[in-house]
Design a protein around this ligand. Structure first.
Ligand SMILES: CC(C)(COP(=O)(O)OP(=O)(O)OC[C@H]1O[C@@H](n2cnc3c(N)ncnc32)[C@H](O)[C@@H]1OP(=O)(O)O)[C@@H](O)C(=O)NCCC(=O)NCCS
Length: 368
């Protein structure tokens, strides 16, 4: 068979059809199941977007309320999962702790081949509820103050309470819900591809989700939001931005929250998050972080006009202003993206073929 040179990073390679999202990189557009992401952010909630991804249509009010009830009742974690989280070494990264907890519940995961569509969506629903609750448990362990189970709050209110350790104000819950909605789905990014590859082997949904989480963990993907906050803290004030960026870029460093494989203009989610963060900064009376972000954006236009902010650039100051510790930012990403991962896994299984590409051998030939 003819050997072909690989495409590094699979750039430009089309791997599958999907109805879940359209990324128009040159135009800076993102569409979830036929809806512009900006329209969804203006009018809908994260749970409605979960429904949209799983059913390919938005819910009516009765369906939305039923989903909300299901997301509450599916929240309870088995006690052995809480034990697993409690016994992990303190230095375990929060995202690794969540991944380990999902591996633990995978022991009880049903065989998807025996389930029909609605039951599969039921498992996806329980995973969204459980991943958020695992994040709550991991955040509580990190603080040394777990918060007691509560089935009365919405998923987003419970998540924000768990992440900060304080009962949230309703306005902050709305902001976090928008952040979750904007992170719910994004084409065939590294973690979604990893989850689909695992799903295509016909493993269970939980295990395929672990593959997605493993790929999310690196700083080039889901770890970037935490790194953006570290950068803002390190810079400290707008006046220090120019010198800081000159040093970093002079040493071939990467500006976290900048650049994207698909978008060659500003990421549409970054635009929405910038506006969200402006309003939040004004409400909290703390303009420091956004001022540094905007100073970086101004200098980057000058130094690297072809690079633009991605979703992490403005989600980091937004999450910080909500009172969420930066080490937990990647867990927020994971809780949101569980919606997209589960939708992709179910889509893969609906018309499955093992994903098994080829490599190009560049090793030595045997001596004959
Ligand atoms: C997202 C990212 C991994 C995409 O990578 P990619 O499509 O493989 O692009 P490449 O790594 O090939 O980068 C292309 C060029 O842009 C430069 N570049 C890309 N992102 C950059 C950044 N954030 N800061 C500085 N330079 C950057 C690279 O150095 C490279 O330059 P070169 O051609 O002179 O070597 C990359 O932009 C990045 O590392 N960003 C920072 C991490 C981040 O924010 N991740 C979250 C993504 S949502």
């Amino acid at each position: 068979m003819e050997e072909r040179a690989p495409r590094p990073g699979l750039e430009g390679v089309v791997v599958c059809d999907t109805r879940l999202s359209l990324i128009d990189g040159p135009a800076g557009r993102l569409v979830y199941c036929g809806h512009e992401v900006g329209d969804l952010a203006a009018a809908n909630t994260f749970d409605e977007v979960c429904f949209l991804l799983w059913h390919d249509r938005l819910p009516d009010p009765a369906e939305r309320d039923a989903l909300r009830a299901e997301l509450r009742s599916a929240r309870t974690l088995p006690s052995y999962v809480r034990d697993v989280i409690a016994r992990l070494p303190r230095e375990t990264s929060p995202l690794a702790a969540v991944r380990t907890a999902i591996s633990a519940v995978a022991a009880e995961a049903p065989d998807l081949s025996t389930l029909d569509g609605p039951d599969r969506i039921g498992i996806a629903t329980s995973l969204v509820a459980q991943v958020a609750e695992m994040v709550v448990a991991v955040a509580g362990r990190r603080r040394g103050e777990p918060i007691p189970p509560d089935l009365s709050e919405s998923l987003t209110a419970r998540l924000l309470f768990g992440l900060t350790g304080r009962p949230p104000v309703p306005e902050d819950v709305v902001v976090l819900d928008q952040v979750l909605l904007l992170h719910a789905e994004h084409g065939l990014n590294a973690s979604t591809f990893a989850a689909r590859v695992a799903a295509a082997t016909e493993t269970d949904l939980h295990t395929a989700l672990c593959a997605g989480l493993a790929a999310l963990q690196g700083p080039l993907h889901g770890g970037a939001n935490q790194r953006v906050m570290e950068m803002l803290e390190d810079i400290g004030e707008p006046a220090a931005v120019r010198g800081w960026l000159d040093d970093l870029l002079g040493n071939q460093g990467r500006v976290m929250g900048y650049g994207h494989r698909a978008y060659k203009v500003i990421d549409p989610r970054a635009r929405i998050l910038d506006d969200l963060c402006r309003a939040l900064s004004a409400r909290k009376g703390d303009a420091t972080w956004l001022a540094i972000s905007h100073a970086i954006a101004a200098v980057m236009t000058d130094l690297r006009p072809n690079l633009h902010p991605n979703v992490d650039f403005y989600s980091a100051p937004t999450l910080h202003l909500l009172g969420i510790p930066k080490e937990l930012f990647p867990c927020v990403f994971a809780a949101a993206r569980t919606a997209g991962w589960t939708a992709h896994i179910l889509e893969q299984l609906a018309d499955n073929r093992l994903i098994s590409p080829r490599s190009h051998y560049v090793g030595r030939q045997p001596v004959s």
